[in-house]
Write a protein that binds this ligand. Structure first.
Ligand SMILES: [Fe+2]
Length: 282
């Protein structure tokens, strides 16, 4: 499937737009662009489209296109939000910001993860508190961290610090080989709006709405859709969870998700989170 077949140049800014077979979408974007300033255009191309309002007539999914199943988002079923989750969040946040030794990801190193991070964000006692809560929420007795092959380390209990210019939303699923549940705890004291977590549904070039979940035998989106990467325009935003200090968002890791946005320039102003991935019995 071709997602980018045209390149538009607006005031010398080049960017890809949906394919030539998608004429109605192309006309729609061109009309929208005429009314926008350059900063607005830059912002537009980094944003996911919201789902069309219900009852909007949409074309059906092309027959030959790869498909994803859809699982409606339901609190307590496939995602959970817990506010004030850590009893000592201020202490943990301060400890992370004061950290001296970090690993560097994109754009500083050829890594798939963005910004800076370190392993062991929570102490064993703090981690146990979180895991006890998670087991209670998902109704499982046992959680474990699966280790990837080849001596790699799973990024569980990692603190991640990402600034505004260091990354942008990348819808993905977390590998079913490594985890069933993923969890993020937001630890920036004063986050701007719309910088939490987004859940996404596939958007076909003709505007049709697709699914949101990777099921066996596939492990991730690359397997399921047979593409290495998709542009942000290939997704609709199904739901956005706001970034609130000491909020935990726990979700089934095979549902398509991404950070809604990153922020901050100086170390203490950037988006601080701790992230977790757990395997469970099916
Ligand atoms: Fe993820």
């Amino acid at each position: 499937m071709v997602w980018f077949t045209k390149h538009l140049s607006v005031n010398n800014v080049n960017f890809g737009i949906l394919g030539s077979k998608d004429r109605s979408a192309l006309c729609y974007y061109l009309n929208q662009l005429q009314a926008l300033s350059l900063p607005q255009i830059s912002e537009l191309i980094l944003l996911m489209l919201p789902l069309p309002i219900p009852a909007t007539p949409l074309p059906s999914i092309p027959e030959i296109a790869p498909k994803l199943a859809y699982e409606a988002l339901e609190h307590g079923q496939n995602y959970w939000i817990v506010d004030d989750v850590l009893s000592n969040a201020n202490e943990i946040s301060e400890r992370c910001f004061a950290r001296e030794k970090w690993e560097y990801g994109a754009p500083y190193q050829p890594e798939s993860w963005p910004g800076m991070r370190f392993h062991g964000a929570l102490t064993p006692d703090e981690l146990e508190q979180v895991e006890t809560k998670v087991k209670q929420l998902i109704g499982k007795d046992k959680l474990w961290m699966e280790q990837p092959p080849g001596g790699l380390r799973l990024d569980c209990n990692v603190a991640q610090l990402v600034g505004a210019t260091e990354s942008s939303p990348h819808p993905h699923t977390d590998s079913r080989r490594l985890c069933r549940y993923a969890c993020v705890i937001y630890l920036s004291p004063n986050p701007p709006p719309d910088t939490g977590t987004s859940f996404c549904r596939l958007r076909y070039p003709n505007g049709a709405i697709g699914g949101n979940i990777v099921l066996p035998p596939h492990n991730n989106l690359v397997d399921a859709l047979r593409v290495k990467a998709l542009p942000i325009q290939a997704w609709y935003e199904d739901m956005r969870v706001q970034n609130v200090f000491n909020r935990m968002i726990l979700y089934k890791a095979n549902i398509v998700h991404c950070a809604s946005g990153y922020f901050g320039k100086e170390l203490r102003d950037k988006r601080l989170t701790t992230v977790f991935f757990w395997m469970t019995e099916d």
